[in-house]
Ligand binder design. Structure first.
Ligand SMILES: NC(=O)c1ccc[n+]([C@@H]2O[C@H](COP(=O)([O-])OP(=O)(O)OC[C@H]3O[C@@H](n4cnc5c(N)ncnc54)[C@H](O)[C@@H]3O)[C@@H](O)[C@H]2O)c1
Length: 417
């Protein structure tokens, strides 16, 4: 029997019998597993919980697997059912999500619809090469009464004005961006158009239409590069190295200035490198997986010793939700999972997991302005917003490799874009 057969029993809101996981021994929480997770990998039992989800207690455990396997094998634990959950304060939300057909945006659309029951979600995406409606296959049907998609450019003021006049939105969450550093080196103008002009237009229209909150999704790349020691905090200097990170820094500053000038409730999140399902196969992890699977050389920049701080996209989605609901206006929150890895180690992990030879590694001329190391100090969001990552780096990347193995029909058509 697989977990998805038990969906009804897993609904934690009204029922008292559902799947229960142990994040650690003292903290039982109801959780919703990804379909296909075998039952012996979770704890199935009976639990009691208070109406507002603020307290959960295991009454009886029927079947149990090791706690570590539970935490590692399940997608996430809904914040609304964690002790001290935010749900009691969650307003009826109409959300405008931009870039919702991209990697992180599509994961966020799924996440928020499944776990926070927003009143309505509008997804606006220009469907550039990186935008893919297949990332949200089934969502429009599943949530027909509270999800809509518009193909539009966030920098098209008139189109966005029309879209924003149709609902009274609680928040804009701006994921839309040109996001690939290499492309920004070749054509910076697209990055200024979307990342800078587009963000300015969204900020102005959000004010015009009385949207309460604005979450600007940014990146740790705005801080530039680190040496071997230290981590970026929210007060580290902005020092971008590429047209991509410079355009994201400009957008951050516009957003933060909107708080100072207009009192607009803007929150900026700066996250480290994401991995997970639905990432376009031009970025390091899916590029290496999809090339290794076809026995093609794996291009590794420079000496391969550049360090990135990896985080699972689900953990990023949970952090964005925390910022959306509880982030202090005018503040920046760094998001990271303390999971630094050298690029070459990521590539070797992929080869090892796929059973492919190291001889596929092909060192190529380094990227211009290539940042040496990123590392995030995320203590502010952990302390203030009670957020912490759930996924562990090595096993999360291994799960992601499995996802790409299982979803070649998703990524193969993207290879020629
Ligand atoms: N991927 C990461 O590791 C990472 C890390 C930190 C922050 N971020 C930030 O998160 C956001 C999402 O990143 P991603 O990796 O999902 O990017 P992505 O390239 O996968 O998706 C971007 C989406 O934006 C859409 N888009 C582009 N231009 C648009 C426009 N003018 N109007 C409307 N839609 C447009 C694209 O069609 C695409 O669907 C970006 O703002 C990025 O800077 C990404």
């Amino acid at each position: 029997m697989r977990l998805h057969d038990l969906d009804r029993a897993v609904d934690p809101v009204e029922e008292d019998a559902f799947a229960v996981g142990l994040v650690d021994e003292r903290q039982p929480v109801p959780l919703r597993a990804e379909p296909g997770v075998a039952l012996d990998e979770i704890v199935l039992g009976k639990a009691e919980k208070s109406r507002d989800c603020s307290d959960v207690r295991i009454v009886q455990a029927h079947e149990a697997g090791p706690a570590a396997a539970v935490a590692a094998s399940l997608a996430f634990i809904p914040d609304r059912c964690r002790p001290g959950a935010r749900s009691a304060r969650t307003p009826a939300m109409r959300l405008l999500i931009t870039g919702g057909c991209g990697f992180i945006g599509s994961n966020f659309v799924r996440f928020i619809l499944e776990h926070y029951q927003p009143e309505f979600v509008t997804n606006v995406d220009a469907l550039t090469y990186a935008g893919n409606p297949e990332n949200l296959a089934g969502i429009a049907e599943q949530y027909a009464d509270r999800y809509e998609f518009h193909r539009a450019d966030i920098a098209d003021r008139q189109a966005m004005d029309e879209i924003m006049s149709r609902h009274k939105y609680f928040a804009v969450i701006n994921f839309a961006a040109e996001s690939h550093v290499d492309r920004s080196i070749d054509s910076p103008e697209n990055f200024i158009h979307t990342n800078v002009t587009g963000t300015e237009i969204l900020l102005a229209l959000a004010r015009k239409h009385g949207v309460k909150r604005f979450v600007q999704i940014s990146t740790d790349e705005v801080y530039g590069s680190l040496g071997p020691e230290g981590r970026f905090t929210e007060t580290s200097p902005i020092d971008p190295s590429s047209p991509y990170s410079a355009s994201k820094a400009a957008a951050d500053l516009l957003a933060l200035a909107s708080f100072k000038t207009y009192g607009q409730e803007v929150v900026v999140t700066r996250c480290s490198n994401n991995y997970g399902p639905y990432q376009f196969p031009e970025k390091l992890i899916p590029l290496m997986i999809t090339r290794a699977l076809r026995d093609q050389p794996l291009p590794v920049y420079g000496d391969g010793l550049n360090v990135r701080d990896w985080i699972h996209v689900d953990d990023h989605c949970r952090a964005v939700t925390a910022a959306l609901l509880d982030g202090r206006p005018g503040e920046v929150y760094n998001v990271g999972a303390d999971s630094e890895m050298r690029n070459i180690d990521v590539v070797e992990l992929i080869l090892e997991t796929l059973g492919k030879p190291r001889s596929l590694i092909n060192y190529v001329t380094d990227r211009l302005g290539h940042d040496r190391r990123y590392a995030i100090d995320s203590s502010k969001i952990r302390t203030e917003l009670d957020w912490k990552p759930i996924h562990e780096g090595q096993s999360g990347i291994a799960e992601t490799i499995q996802w790409y193995l299982d979803h070649s029909a998703w990524w193969e058509p993207l290879l020629n874009r």
